[in-house]
Ligand binder design. Structure first.
Ligand code: DQA
Length: 144
């Protein structure tokens, strides 16, 4: 089983970016924790980050041939991107959406996600654990 982990814009700045909202862990720390859990679950993961919507779409398109599912934090594109939503629909593989912060305790514009309706589920508000819970849920979903 192989899962694509996708991080959207500005997540490359984790650790220094608004640490009171997103924590002090860097993206490298998060990817290392995801890879450790993936090993324990017997799953392969590839982690990809981009600040560009088109690059995210192009990477997601690879899922059709090369991956079994997607774990995604679309970051700000959550609230704006029909293109990322369409890419997820196009590859016809299960997707789990995750967020470090709780979207629903924040500004109203963050309450709407274009990605949630095309995902198996959404996990929001648990920091690093959002990714780890999301990975577990996706693996269980793929196994069942
Ligand atoms: C985020 C929440 C988004 O609203 C925001 O634009 C981000 C990070 C999160 O992980 O909490 O960049 O996706």
């Amino acid at each position: 089983m192989k899962i694509l982990v996708v991080h959207g814009p500005n997540l490359n700045l984790l650790g220094e970016r608004e640490p009171e909202k997103y924590g002090k862990r860097t993206l490298e720390d998060i990817n290392a924790a995801i890879k450790k859990l993936a090993g324990e679950l017997g799953t392969e993961v590839e982690c990809f980050q981009s600040n560009c919507e088109g690059e995210l779409v192009t990477k997601i398109q690879e899922v059709k041939q090369d991956f079994d599912g997607i774990l995604i934090n679309p970051a700000a594109y959550t609230h704006t991107s029909v293109a990322i939503r369409d890419a997820i629909l196009a590859v016809t593989k299960p997707c789990v959406e995750v967020h470090l912060s709780n979207l629903y305790t924040r500004e109203e514009f963050r309450h709407h996600s274009y990605i949630a309706p095309v995902s198996v589920g959404q996990i929001s508000g648990f920091g690093l654990d959002s990714y780890l819970l999301g990975l577990k849920a996706l693996v269980n979903h793929l196994k069942s």
